[in-house]
Design a protein around this ligand. Structure first.
Ligand code: RTP
Ligand code: MG
Length: 138
């Protein structure tokens, strides 16, 4: 068994649309444990650290603004290969083309905006998970 931890965020669109419970239950139904859970209003400083790999990209500034638009739910989920498993459960970045059966594919809406309001974030590697858990749960 390879028990890992990952950082999951329910983004402001998920909280605003009252999908927190639905998304949490999908994470739990997959067998992952919710090790830590909190609702927070992120600061710009925190988001600049979290999204540092995207600095300079065209969607960076709108993304940070979107993430400041309302509270987010930050989660540490734990389980066997949870980093890869949650990315698979979330679906691909664009909700329009994310596969049915995934969180983004089933619940995500295409708002026609530059920044995809795609409901969730999940760490993409063990290094990212350790770094992001440190940022959100310091
Ligand atoms: P996440 O980090 O949120 O789990 O999503 P991801 O790995 O699938 O996507 P990533 O490339 O890391 O991008 C982070 C977030 O930026 C927004 N985005 N917009 N072309 C665009 O307009 C664009 N590309 C990315 C999305 O909110 C994405 O989740
Ligand atoms: Mg990413």
């Amino acid at each position: 068994m390879s028990i890992e931890r990952t950082l999951i965020l329910i983004k402001p669109d998920g909280v605003e649309r009252q999908l927190t419970g639905t998304i949490l239950s999908r994470i739990e139904a997959k067998g992952y444990r919710l090790a830590e859970l909190k609702q927070v209003s992120a600061t710009r400083e925190l988001l600049e650290e979290h999204y540092e790999e995207h600095v300079g990209k065209p969607f960076y500034e709108p993304l940070v603004e979107f993430m400041l638009s309302g509270p987010v739910v930050a989660i540490i989920a734990e389980g066997h290969r949870v980093i890869e498993g949650f990315r698979s459960l979330a679906g691909t970045t664009d909700p329009t083309t994310a596969a049915p059966g995934t969180i983004r594919g089933d619940l995500g809406r295409d708002w026609g905006l530059k920044v995809q309001q795609n409901l969730v974030h999940g760490s993409d590697s063990t290094e990212s998970a350790a770094r992001e858990i440190g940022i959100w749960f310091s």
